[in-house]
Design a protein around this ligand. Structure first.
Ligand code: DC
Length: 226
């Protein structure tokens, strides 16, 4: 791992506030925000379009050579290109969330995406959010944070987010989806969601946005002097 760049690994379950906090931290410190969930979602979209079973290694593995993913960074943040097509807006639906969670349990998919994530962190200072950044992708990251919140709070935040975008899921459906995804992500055999031994736990259940950003900033200061 190239020690000249700074890496902040931000892991945790969905709805804990990772992307909101990571965006603010990236802006504050001049780091690049890498949303690794978007990369798994892009694979999920491809598998959905191919009408393949996202749980089946036999169905998904032969598709991987046909997938070219590029990440672009523009004014409005990270954009995902799937074989040249901008799919940034298409990967956020509840259906693609489930596809992403399913394909992310396949070892071949994780291996396929590992180099892409590591080479981004080797080139630039990053705040990278995901599930296994501190444990697998960037085990040498200078700063590791595990961001979490209660299931009710996470479901409420995700529900508000989806509602603002006009998605018609009820709070109960959002909560049930989230529990299913938590279970997939924490119980899978390869790179499951778990707190790295050297990660600092930040529980955002009772924290507002500014307080969460302050808590993370304090940890960055302690670890890097920035
Ligand atoms: O962070 P997100 O909700 O956009 O991620 C979508 C899915 O991708 C999530 O359910 C699990 C998977 N994922 C992963 O396995 N490893 C990562 N580093 C990021 C996401």
């Amino acid at each position: 791992m190239d020690r000249k760049t700074i890496s902040v690994a931000l892991d945790g379950p969905g709805g804990a506030g990772k992307s909101t906090v990571a965006r603010a931290i990236a802006k504050k410190y001049g780091f690049t925000y890498v949303d690794t969930g978007a990369i798994y979602r892009t694979v999920g979209l491809f598998v959905r379009r191919a009408d393949a079973d996202p749980h089946s290694p036999e169905a998904v593995e032969p598709l991987l050579p046909g997938i070219n993913i590029e990440i672009e960074y523009g004014e409005d943040g990270q954009r995902m290109l799937l074989n040249g097509e901008d799919v940034t807006g298409l990967i956020r639906s509840p259906e693609i969330s489930m596809y992403a969670s399913a394909v992310s349990a396949l070892p071949a998919v994780r291996a396929f995406l590992l180099d892409m994530q590591r080479s981004l962190a080797a080139r630039k200072d990053v705040v990278m959010d995901g599930r296994d950044i501190g444990t697998v992708v960037l085990p040498d990251a200078q700063v590791k944070i595990f961001l979490t919140a209660s299931i009710d709070e996470r479901a409420r935040r995700r529900y508000d987010e989806l509602k603002a975008k006009g998605e018609a899921q009820s709070l109960e459906e959002v909560r049930a989806d989230m529990l299913r995804r938590d279970k997939n992500d924490t119980e899978r055999a390869v790179a499951p969601l778990k707190q790295a031994q050297d990660a600092v736990l930040v529980d955002t259940t009772q924290l507002g946005f500014d307080e969460a950003v302050d808590a993370v900033s304090k940890i960055i200061r302690e670890k890097t002097g920035r």
